[in-house]
Design a protein around this ligand. Structure first.
Ligand SMILES: [Zn+2]
Ligand SMILES: [Zn+2]
Length: 306
């Protein structure tokens, strides 16, 4: 996970507005983007990530600091000669925003662009991942995403099978599925003896802007990594409440109550630019030790699930 922008509301010298790149399966050669604040494409240019590799954008909500970078990014992706289709998933209204932006500017997109307006529930599913959305509590409709990697069956120990004289063929497929096979010579082989334990898929939660809400718990339950906004510190809990944002301490409470493994705070108010995020981290770590405060270009590995 690669943080491209970690500030709240407007860019500062230190932080661009929100965007996160997620690359859970590098071997696939595709990346996903979560939110696309203004200037996201410039941030991307400062990383090794290529705009052409992105094929999905998930938008948490329609506030400008999360979407003003979309038309520019989509247009530049076309200049880059990418022919790979691209899908934008966003709450109702995202289609109008993107289509008007492209139409009024007479921008030409020479790849297939899909815009999907989602509500709660499953947003995307393929043979490796399911992405679900849950509504949070913000001034406008704002959602959190839970990205669940499907569990994978363990690999078959082909070498060990070779040693006992089993050659590639349909038998291997049956053994990989854990079936018991009787060979022509009468030997009985149990697939379960040769298949490594299955690998638990990773779970990642990326939440949009929100007040402290128990709705977040469902999305964050057991997550290997939880990304939660922390616009304010506890000294401004009243502002957080009235502007529908969270404090670092509230984000930590969600992580702890949800049994997440790691918490990364983002969407940090510019008021902490000079003072630093030390106090935010301190109040969060008092509740949830494995808390980090993201900075632009910070990267976090998401360990294979255990
Ligand atoms: Zn925001
Ligand atoms: Zn917002």
């Amino acid at each position: 996970m690669h943080f491209l922008g970690t500030g709240a509301g407007k860019p500062t010298n230190n932080r661009n507005v929100t965007s996160i790149a997620l690359n859970l399966l590098p071997e696939r050669g595709t990346c996903w983007l979560f939110d696309c604040g203004e200037g996201t494409q410039q941030q991307l240019l400062k990383t090794s990530l290529k705009i052409s590799k992105f094929d999905k954008l998930f938008v948490t909500h329609l506030h400008g600091d999360h979407i003003f970078g979309i038309p520019g990014l989509l247009t530049s992706r076309s200049y880059g000669g990418s022919s790979r289709p691209f899908t934008v998933y966003g709450p109702p209204g995202i289609r109008e925003f993107v289509e008007i932006g492209l139409r009024i500017s007479q921008s030409h997109i020479d790849y297939e662009l899909d815009i999907v307006e989602y509500s709660e529930g499953t947003v995307f599913c393929d043979d490796s991942f399911t992405v679900t959305a849950g509504k949070l509590e913000h001034r406008i409709d704002s959602y959190g995403f839970r990205i669940t990697e499907h569990d994978r069956t363990g690999s078959l120990d082909v070498e060990a099978l070779k040693r006992i004289g089993i050659r590639p063929g349909p038998v291997l497929g049956m053994l990989k599925r854990g079936e018991t096979v009787t060979l022509e010579d009468g030997r009985v082989i149990h697939g379960t003896d040769y298949v490594a334990p299955s690998i638990r898929g990773r779970k990642v939660a990326v939440l949009g802007d929100t007040r402290y809400t128990r709705q977040s718990l469902e999305l964050a339950r057991g997550a290997d990594l939880l990304v939660h906004e922390a616009t304010f510190g506890s000294e401004h809990a009243d502002l957080a409440e009235s502007y529908y944002h969270s404090t670092a301490e509230q984000a930590a409470r969600i992580a702890a109550e949800a049994g997440a493994r790691r918490l990364v705070l983002t969407h940090i108010s510019s008021r902490y630019d000079d003072a630093g995020t030390g106090p935010l981290l301190e109040e969060a770590q008092a509740i949830f030790a494995d808390t980090h405060a993201a900075v632009d270009f910070a990267r976090y590995e998401i360990a294979s699930g255990k």
